[in-house]
Design a binder for this molecule. Structure first.
Ligand code: PLP
Length: 418
């Protein structure tokens, strides 16, 4: 492993040996997003394409760190948790663990994987609003004290299986600008908050505050602002039943630029920070998933088949819908802009757009299922051939996290730069 910049493969390589990677000059390491330093990131991907079996998910740990710093700089004073559901890889949680205040976990499995990596129980919140009694009890026995709820039934359940725990009440928020709305499934109605808090006040539980989520990949910062104001109003009406200091968890939802038109965090954070600053008596918490990991990882895949049938060009990859692109099917557009690493002489070079002729392809996965379509229509070089490598940037969030090994095609390995 090279001292300057190395990857840690955790499976055999093409040669069956542990892979080594060409050193990347130190000067290229601190320059931020891979897109801002395509030479170095492409260098790593080229090396991997030559030395490793695909498919792979390649994580840039420096980008993970940069995203945490950027989030903190734009929302200072807001406690930062990582919603690990977005990319629950242990090396990712190891890196982020040094830069975030804690973690939002959705299940006992996530909690155990954090505890196994040495994360302290008091840095983990069990913020799935509906949990099984068995998982609540097991989490409590592992030292978890913070739980989310959204109904009287859940309050009673937590009281019974994790007595004296601290709870956050999830309240419904407007999620109409998000790509992945959450409010139809989650959140109590605002008018029910007081009753729920009073009920909790009659149990052994301590009620810490309110939580909301404006939906994932949301685009209107006013939704966070309105939801914060709603929470502040609700909390002022029934402040005596909440434990001091009262928390407001503003969730995740922060968008990433899959399309250039998506708003940047620099834009989104301004009204949110104004709303936070107007309410200094509250402790604000955020738990982004997507924002912290999306642009920190690329998927590296290989073309395994090219066909022209029924008037269409088909490109078959060694990764498909089931391994990594289930989440992409929730968008009105294909969120990734893949580019091809073509063979040139002895090596491979990056061709993000190039001057080659591009044509429409249906991009599909390797399984024997017609549902396994990655993108129904996408422009790729006309001369695409078997063995070419495709890179999908911005692919860290909700890709392999949803992955299955359907049809015997495993979820890709993750390599993470040091
Ligand atoms: C409770 C909770 N917190 C945080 C997140 C992370 O959201 P995002 O990835 O949009 O930042 C989610 C996503 O579903 C969630 O359900």
């Amino acid at each position: 492993m090279h001292d300057d910049y190395a990857c840690r493969p955790h499976a055999s390589t093409k040669s069956g040996k542990r892979a080594r990677f060409d050193p990347v000059p130190r000067s290229l390491q601190a320059n931020g997003h891979p897109a801002h330093r395509p030479e170095s990131w492409s260098g790593i991907l080229n090396d991997l394409a030559r030395s490793e079996d695909t498919p792979l998910v390649v994580v840039d740990s420096e980008a993970l760190r940069r995203n945490c710093k950027r989030f903190r700089a734009l929302l200072p004073g807001v406690t930062l948790l990582y919603a690990m559901k977005a990319l629950p890889d242990t090396r990712v949680t190891d890196v982020l663990g040094e830069y975030v205040d804690g973690f939002d976990a959705a299940s006992l499995g996530e909690i155990e994987s954090l505890l196994d990596r040495g994360v302290e129980a008091d840095r983990i919140e069990f913020n799935n609003p509906v949990k099984s009694p068995v998982q609540i009890e097991a989490a409590a026995s592992l030292g978890i004290t913070r739980f989310a709820c959204q109904s009287a039934a859940e309050v009673h359940k937590i009281d019974k299986h994790a007595p004296s725990a601290e709870i956050m009440i999830r309240v419904r928020a407007d999620d109409s600008t998000s790509q992945v709305p959450l409010s139809s499934k989650f959140g109590t109605r605002p008018q029910e908050v007081r009753q729920l808090a009073e009920l909790a006040g009659r149990t052994s539980l301590q009620t810490r505050g309110l939580a909301f989520h404006v939906g994932s990949q949301a685009s209107d910062p006013n939704l966070w602002r309105s939801a914060i104001e709603m929470c502040v109003g609700l909390l002022r009406m029934s402040s005596t039943v909440f434990r001091d200091p009262i928390s407001i968890n503003i969730g995740g939802g922060f968008p990433v630029p899959y399309l250039p038109s998506e708003p940047r965090l620099e834009h989104i954070a301004v009204p949110i920070f104004e709303a936070v600053s107007r309410n200094p008596g509250f402790q604000f918490v955020a738990e982004p998933g997507r924002f912290l990991v999306a642009d920190a990882a690329s998927i590296l895949a290989s073309v395994i088949g090219i066909e022209s049938r029924n008037g269409r060009n088909w490109a078959f990859l060694d990764i498909g819908h089931f391994q990594a692109f289930v989440g992409a099917s929730r968008y009105p557009y294909f969120p990734y802009t893949p580019y091809v690493l073509n063979r040139h002489g002895e090596g491979l070079s990056t061709q993000a757009s190039g001057n080659q002729k591009h044509v429409e392809y249906t991009l599909t996965g390797p399984s024997c299922d017609s549902f396994d379509i990655i993108a129904p229509s996408i422009r790729l070089p006309e001369k695409l051939s078997v063995g070419d490598h495709l890179v999908f940037p911005n692919a860290g969030a909700y890709t392999i996290a949803y992955g299955s090994s359907f049809n015997g095609f495993p979820v890709p390995r993750v390599l993470c730069t040091d």
